[in-house]
Design a protein around this ligand. Structure first.
Ligand SMILES: [Zn+2]
Length: 188
């Protein structure tokens, strides 16, 4: 597993996706929502403490891992910060963050160009944040919303990522799967 392990998606539909986004200047965005609705939509996009995020947090907690959340001092205000492991866990909604080949990342039915531009920005921001975190020597683990549909499998992946066999017990030192921890970082 690599530092930024994206899990294979169980809900692959096989349909062609990932078309290039609109080119600059290709169209003018006219907002389709009222001001009030727009602010609700944007709040939903940025929202923290979402259902999937809470579910992942309680899974990590059950595994005996301790963390802090929404650390504003780090790029992108990561959802979960496991300082001891020098690791960030980002929980992503499949739709807004465009999980590749995922059933939950369906294409919008209308205003497609508008939403495509929005999606492109989300993905660009995700990429920038992860890159910045890695530069700061943080390991990053991305968990997709759809992975919660198979919690057993997700738990297994997380145990592996943190070198855990039984609850909270570390079994090996090379938890990064090739990406070494910063010298001085210790396992529990
Ligand atoms: Zn997904």
């Amino acid at each position: 597993m690599t530092g930024s392990a994206a899990a294979p998606c169980d809900t692959a539909s096989g349909e062609g996706r990932g078309k290039a986004g609109p080119q600059p200047g290709e169209f003018q965005v006219t907002d389709v929502f009222s001001k009030q609705k727009r602010s609700e939509v944007m709040a939903a996009i940025r929202s923290k403490n979402t259902g999937p995020e809470r579910a992942v947090r309680s899974m990590l907690h059950r595994l005996g891992l301790r963390f802090r959340i929404h650390d504003r001092s780090l790029p992108g205000t990561p959802d979960v910060v496991l300082a001891k492991h020098r690791t960030i866990v980002e929980v992503r909604g499949c739709y807004w963050h465009r999980h590749a080949r995922c059933m939950l990342a369906s294409d919008p039915l209308s205003h497609r160009r508008f939403w495509q531009a929005k999606f492109e920005r989300n993905m660009a921001r995700d990429k920038t944040n992860l890159r910045a975190l890695r530069k700061m020597n943080w390991r990053t683990v991305v968990v997709w919303e759809c992975e919660l549909r198979k919690p057993g499998r997700l738990e297994k992946r997380l145990r592996k990522a943190f070198g855990l066999r039984d609850r909270g017990r570390a079994v090996r030192q090379d938890i990064g799967g090739g990406r070494p921890l910063r010298p001085g970082a210790r396992l529990p």
